[in-house]
Design a protein around this ligand. Structure first.
Ligand code: 4AD
Ligand code: MG
Length: 459
């Protein structure tokens, strides 16, 4: 039985077997107390070993970090704050953990240190809680869309097109880097590469997601995406997970409504289903976490034009590190000013200048802006990016030409606007940005089991 279940049991007197990792051992010459954890919850179960039954010699290898199986009797605990404990009859040691070398000895290691031993950090309370919340959020995402009749579409990870056009793609090749085949002109001959052309890891499943929406009506993707971004910040990963719904017949307003409903659903799900873990995170890392989660649930998101946002920023009198003029992309400091200081609520910023957004966004009549939307959250900045898509063949192909995007990579995407085009919209939620918000952590490296960032692909 898992410890989470056992701790709720009242079947006193029954024989039980528990297996897990020893967190601490203390005691005296008559009795030893082990705190055992198996990853199913924050709480440990207490194992009481009577030294008359289990010898000191047997208990010697049972140290912090060791893995053991305990057979014994479930009894009501007299200690404060714990319902049950196990009176051990036998303890089998599966694996010892030499106290001289096992790194997780004391409580309260720094997050920086734990990042260096990311392969062991799920054995700590903090990372146990984060990973359980991560699991619950992944499940809730599928549930949200399934209950609404969306289809989970698997879009490719290897692609020949750059969806965001930001040139941040990781190349995929089987060519011999020390001996590249060349064309007669001296260029690399990708015809000889595995796919017969240059390919990369995807930055987004959106383009193929649109094909799904324009056939099945409403789809979502949920998979890893890759960006060779050189920004080494607490909010950027080179490999992150993204959720991308795409819906036929949705305009920008429908898209905003869906984004707001989706985020609130996920936060409510966490509050209802991850209570213990959230309370632990609130106590240990961020005393305002629960308040912030409830606050987002209780308030409507502000919906605001980019142009108005710029005016507010300019009128703020605040000294920003980066300038903000109409036409420039907002930096995290600007986004957080709007959310945390000006409105004190999540903000959906819409109608951005077309030159700072991707080619596929629907062009507004003013000729200057596109129907983009970014959802901005307290402590995070941008959590969602999305838009209504350009459904008009002429406008889309003109924009593709204007930006110099090779049409040979995009012909299939353009074809959807040739045959049976329809208004449609979608967005991308960065899964780890969501988890930053829900767990209260402040570095994105701490909400994914094995982070990949600039100069770091350990484990
Ligand atoms: O705003 P982005 O670049 O939008 C897209 O990729 C669209 N194709 C989505 C769509 O409309 N279907 O990325 C979407 C979200 C961001 O808002 C952010 O939450 C997250 O993905 N994100 C990252 N998360 C972690 N590390 C990075 N390097 C990220 N880049 C984007
Ligand atoms: Mg974006």
């Amino acid at each position: 039985m898992r410890i989470a279940q056992l701790l709720k049991s009242t079947d006193y007197g029954t024989k039980v077997t528990v297996k897990g990792w020893v967190r601490t051992k203390r005691g005296n010459k008559n009795v030893a107390f082990l705190a055992l954890n198996d990853g199913s919850c924050v709480a440990n179960i207490q194992i009481v070993a009577d030294l008359a039954k289990i010898s000191e010699e047997e208990l010697k290898p049972v140290t912090t970090g060791a893995c053991v199986a305990v057979e014994g009797t479930l009894v009501e605990s007299l200690g404060a704050g714990q319902g049950v404990e196990v009176q051990a009859e036998t303890i089998e040691v599966y694996g010892t953990a030499d106290p001289a070398t096992y790194p997780l000895q004391k409580k309260g290691h720094s997050l920086e240190f734990l990042r260096e031993i990311a392969y062991l950090r799920p054995r700590t309370n903090t990372f146990g809680a984060i990973l359980r919340i991560r699991h619950a959020m992944a499940y809730a995402i599928h549930k949200f869309f399934n209950d609404k009749g969306f289809y989970y579409l698997h879009t490719p990870l290897i692609t020949a097109s750059d969806c965001e056009g930001a040139g941040e793609m990781f190349q995929v090749t089987t060519l011999d880097l020390d001996n590249m085949p060349r064309t007669e002109e001296g260029a690399i001959d990708f015809a000889q590469d595995f796919f017969g052309k240059p390919c990369s890891l995807t930055v987004s499943g959106q383009l193929e997601g649109e094909l799904g929406a324009l056939s099945m009506g409403q789809i979502y993707t949920f998979g890893p995406t890759f960006r060779a971004e050189h920004s080494n910040t607490p909010r950027h990963l080179a490999e992150f997970w993204m959720i991308e719904p795409e819906v036929a017949f949705f305009d920008l307003k429908d898209n905003m409504d869906m984004a707001e409903e989706f985020l609130k659903y996920l936060i409510r799900y966490a509050l209802e289903n991850c209570r213990e873990d959230l309370e632990f995170m609130n106590k240990m890392w961020d005393n305002e976490l629960l308040d912030r989660l409830n606050f987002v649930l209780e308030n409507d998101f502000v919906r605001l034009d980019y142009t108005e946002g710029i005016e507010i920023l300019k009128a703020s009198g605040k000294k920003f590190e980066f300038p903000c003029e109409w036409g420039s992309d907002l930096q995290s400091e600007h986004e957080r000013y709007l959310v945390e200081e000006h409105f004190k609520k999540p903000v959906i910023l819409i109608n951005y200048p077309k030159d700072i957004k991707a080619f596929y966004m629907k062009q507004n009549e003013d000729g200057k802006t596109v129907r983009a939307m970014d959802v901005l959250f307290p402590k995070i900045g941008e959590i969602i990016g999305g838009s209504e898509r350009e459904a008009d063949y002429g406008k889309l192909s003109a924009r593709i030409k204007e930006l110099g995007i090779p049409e040979k990579d995009m012909w299939w995407y353009l074809d959807t606007r040739r045959w049976g085009s329809a208004p449609h919209s979608g967005f991308g939620l960065g899964f780890e940005r969501l988890l930053l918000f829900v767990t209260g952590m402040s570095n994105i490296r701490d909400v994914i089991p094995f982070p990949r960032t600039l100069k770091n692909a350990e484990f």
